[in-house]
Design a binder for this molecule. Structure first.
Ligand code: SF4
Length: 704
């Protein structure tokens, strides 16, 4: 609730910048005497996830929302320039061009591209909008680059995908924690005390990462593997677990299928081969496996380092093999977690933004699921489009002019997609591009129409944190200028297209109530969760099938997995080198990721003066010995080139990175955009691009 204090206010809200969703109180103070500027103060409020902590992003999360760069009215491109317009003019143009495009080239020439930071309500409505208002099968979202490998792996192994299978409160109870490809200290910093507490309780912390990150600083063992060899490393650890009988035979017999095939596969694995392939010493692999296998309790976490590879799906499955081989799941201090990155990375993927899913994780190709959702939406199942394609594949269809009209909401695809030059060229060739955003992002500047949206401080909605806990965020601030909520924009366009009866919503709660029904009976069942219940609780975990239930309290798989026979499934995984391997022309492997002070493509955090000041420009982290071989001086500008394209950034020496690896943050566009060089090769299982394993050359700009 917000309390107006003269011209200021005090309001409880949630930080928008990551999946922890830390709760905070923001106070807009009285104007500074003698000026028209307001001061803001932010303090953390204890909630179930963050316990009152905020990181630097949360402490400054008011700055972008109150920035003078916020878009306050619609813009329309005229003579190549975006100029202010009215909503009436902008919506009339959208109506005309969407109808024209659909008439001329069919409904599937229209596409919708969403984001994992949208509230559950907006994400749900975007999926419905694409399929019901536009009648297109082409919808996907930036979460494809975030969670798709872990989600598909969880679905195959456990029969369901939820970020954490246990509670954050289980972390201190774990006696061994494996953190693979996750830099929680920079990406979800307020979670670190959970791990420090685990250490105090005697846990062994194992970090698997090509870089000695801030997270690795607390590790008892750091397995600094070659980029892209996570699946092989897990094979090595599994080999030791089986060899030394550090497995839970009773659990395997009662609760899993496929162990014999895994054991047969591992019989042929040689630890020395794994050591050579991964670059991690045999002894270290053995000791890490022993620590995890022998520990009474244990938790395995993976994130984008493991997942953003062309075999990210199987890499995650191999870590899940370790979890179920040791029976460390479904009990206190045990579990697996895919550490979500985006603010609503969990909820954003549950309710229909993905090309292959309907609300509640329903399958868009399953006839029963289609019939159920069609009945909720009051349409005939035959009217419901079939499965579309993944986010990057949509960009390829744009490039081939199959998709000619695109609506982008809550995303900046020209920076976040791999092979960014091709994506930019594709978007420039669209017949009509509409972008709904708070700022003139790199994608918005290319648009024909830009629609100004409200910020997290100004809108209501639910978000699902990395634990699978649904949290309600409410506002009492009036939207500034002429901004509108994302869901309002979708309702307005739908009305223009003659579909108002399907989009009658006047507030977020009404949308949530429809979402509850649409998800009822699905894997991600929200039916029992209501705004009233959320207002009086610290959040409710899904699945929650009845308003009389408390939800599952966060612990999954205590008695059964979600496959029809209740069992988890082992899957043998080959030990492979990454698809792109270094050669003479491109001798180094480049990986990308986040820094503490920025979020996603930086559209918001680069507009926060405090956060921007901490990292004013992009850089490339390079080992000093590698730099010497490539004649690079610390701090100078270099050009990085791959088979796709080139970008330029400043060098930053670090002996915390492998000599064969380079690291570049992902928060900048234009010439500093790392994705000009990243690989668009897709994992066949989940369509995740191979962001983490692109091979490149590096040259000082002064020698060009
Ligand atoms: Fe919390 Fe994440 Fe925001 Fe930091 S960025 S304050 S960890 S929600």
């Amino acid at each position: 609730a917000a309390t107006e204090v003269n011209a200021g206010y005090t309001m409880d809200t949630q930080c928008p910048f990551c999946s922890v969703q830390c709760k905070m109180r923001i106070t807009k103070e009285l104007p500074i005497p003698g000026s028209r500027r307001f001061a803001y103060s932010i303090e953390g409020i204890p909630n179930a996830a963050s316990e009152g902590r905020l990181c630097v992003k949360g402490m400054n999360a008011h700055q972008h929302a109150t920035s003078k760069e916020r878009l306050m009215q619609p813009l329309i491109k005229k003579n190549g320039e975006l100029v202010p317009s009215t909503w009436e003019e902008a919506m009339s143009l959208i109506e005309e061009r969407f109808q024209e495009g659909s008439r001329a080239f069919g409904p599937h020439s229209l596409g919708v591209y969403g984001g994992g930071s949208l509230t559950n309500e907006s994400a749900y409505l975007l999926g419905k909008f694409a399929r019901v208002a536009l009648g297109t099968k082409y919808i996907d979202y930036n979460g494809r680059f975030c969670m798709s490998a872990a989600a598909s792996a969880g679905n195959k192994t456990f029969g369901i995908d939820r970020g954490l299978t246990c509670r954050l409160a289980d972390i201190p109870l774990a006696r061994c924690i494996i953190m693979a490809g996750t830099n929680i200290a920079e990406c979800q910093p307020t979670l670190m005390p959970y791990f420090n507490k685990a250490k105090e309780n005697g846990a062994t912390i194992i970090v698997i990462d090509p870089r000695a990150t801030a997270t690795a600083a607390i590790a008892d063992m750091h397995l600094q593997l070659k980029t892209g060899t996570d699946a092989a490393l897990a094979n090595g650890m599994l080999k030791v677990l089986l060899e030394e009988n550090l497995i839970d035979e009773a659990f395997i017999a009662e609760r899993t299928n496929g162990f014999a095939e895994l054991a047969a596969h591992l019989a042929a694995v040689e630890l020395k081969d794994i050591a050579e392939l991964t670059g991690v010493e045999e002894n270290l692999i053995r000791n890490a496996a022993r620590a995890y296998g022998a520990a009474e309790t244990g938790i395995v976490l993976t994130a984008r380092g493991v997942e953003q590879q062309t075999d990210g799906h199987v890499a995650v499955r191999n870590f899940l093999n370790m979890v179920i081989a040791t029976g460390k799941i479904g009990k206190p201090g045990c579990g697996y977690g895919a550490v979500t990155g985006q603010g609503n990375g969990q909820g954003g993927r549950e309710h229909g933004q993905k090309s292959d899913q309907l609300p509640g994780y329903r399958n868009i190709e399953d006839e029963n699921d289609r019939a159920y959702v069609a009945s909720v939406w009051d349409i005939h199942p035959d009217e419901l489009p079939r499965k579309g394609v993944s986010a990057y594949e949509m960009m390829e269809l744009v490039h081939h002019r199959e998709i000619r009209t695109l609506l982008v909401m809550g995303s900046n695809p020209v920076v976040s997609n791999p092979n960014a030059d091709l994506v930019e060229e594709a978007l420039r060739n669209l017949d009509f591009l509409v972008v709904a955003d708070m700022f003139l992002s790199e994608t918005a500047v290319m648009a024909d129409v830009v629609l100004p949206v409200t910020a997290y401080l100004e809108n209501d909605g639910t978000l699902t944190n990395l634990e699978g806990r649904v949290l309600l965020r409410e506002s009492t601030i009036e939207p500034p200028g002429e901004t509108k909520h994302d869901w309002q924009i979708l309702c307005d366009i739908a009305e223009r297209l003659g579909k108002k009866k399907y989009f009658p919503f006047v507030n977020a709660e009404q949308i949530f109530n429809e979402l509850r029904v649409a998800s009822k009976g699905g894997l991600a069942d929200y039916y029992g969760i209501t705004y009233d219940r959320l207002r009086t609780s610290g959040g409710i975990y899904w699945p929650c099938t009845s308003t009389e239930e408390d939800g599952n309290q966060g612990m999954m798989f205590e008695h059964a997995f979600a496959h029809s026979d209740g069992k988890a499934i082992f899957f043998p995984v080959a030990s492979r080198t990454p698809q792109e391997t270094p050669n003479e022309e491109f001798p180094l492997t480049m990986t990308n990721g986040r820094v503490l002070s920025h979020y996603l493509t930086g559209v918001q955090t680069r507009r926060s003066h405090t956060l921007a000041a901490r990292n004013v420009e992009n850089y490339i982290e390079i080992h000093p010995k590698t730099a010497k071989r490539h004649h690079i001086i610390d701090g100078e500008w270099v050009e990085v080139t791959s088979r796709r394209g080139s970008f330029s950034v400043r060098s930053r020496f670090s002996d915390k990175i492998r000599e064969d690896t380079l690291f570049v943050p992902m928060h900048w566009g234009g010439i500093q955009n790392v994705n000009k060089a990243t690989s668009p090769e897709l994992d066949p299982n989940c369509k995740m691009p191979g962001f983490k394993t692109s091979t490149v050359s590096i040259t000082p700009l002064r020698l060009k």
